[in-house]
Design a protein around this ligand. Sequence first.
Ligand code: UTP
Length: 291
Amino acid sequence: MKKVTKAVIPAAGLGTRFLPATKAMPKEMLPIVDTPTLQYIIEEVIGSGIEDVLIITGRGKKAIEDHFDKSYELETELEKSGKYEMLQEVQKISRMINLHYVRQHEARGLGDAIYCAKSFVGDEHFAVLLGDDIVDAEKPCLKQMLEVYEEYGASVLGVQTVPEADVSKYGIIAGEQISDRVYRVHKMVEKPKLADAPSRVAVLGRYIITPEIFDHIKNTPPGAGGEIQLTDALQSLAQEQAMYAYDFVGRRYDVGNKLGFLEATVEFALKREDLRDAFLAYLKRIVKNTP
Ligand code: UTP
């Protein structure tokens, strides 16, 4: 079985749930405390041992490339003023990993975005991490999934059970549980009504996929919302190949939605030694005084 060496991060969506902030700024660059969302995701990729990453970008996403590039002016300035710790932090970003970029010309859906990765991926199994989903976990979520992939040698979807009220927001799987945290996937439905949902097990922004997916995306007509849905293509792939879902360990944040963004901001701030005490005291005070 081939090792997974490549990851794809789609970040070309329009971010309409976060307007007006996302009018000129990519939602993948929204900072959680002081670090852009996308940087957390790239750190997860690095922590999982993958060194080649393709970011799918689009119009208005230049800040992404600039953030991960070398910044001569800033670095010279920091060096001159002796801010070495900050300098290291800034340099770390541009040295992190081999980053490649491709543009999705129109935001025609996640399936279409992944199709833009076809020539980068070639004939290999590859990882996909959604650009607005952060998973906070002791062992990086992607690393957990790669271990499952090594056991089964097939596509693996990262899943968790979601509350009933959230079922209609996600791709939902039907499958049979074959071990503590692993399901064999039989079927997938994108954003079903609760009454039609086969389970509450939702696909949450992490995938390991076989290259045959590209043929299935090509044959996938626009689905929910007129977009080419990755879920539809995966559903079609699952009819041909074994597919697994793994209930990953970790707290997942949908940073592309306002409440998810706020939750991530508060919880990450509370984990920061430099902020925790003052921030917690502030939160207590404000909660007490808020009717
Ligand atoms: P979302 O559905 O959360 O992104 O896609 P969106 O369309 O930008 O969000 P809203 O609903 O308008 O607020 C999940 C990930 O897939 C990428 C997004 O950038 C995000 O990281 N995506 C989505 C693309 O790259 N291209 C697309 O056409 C759609």
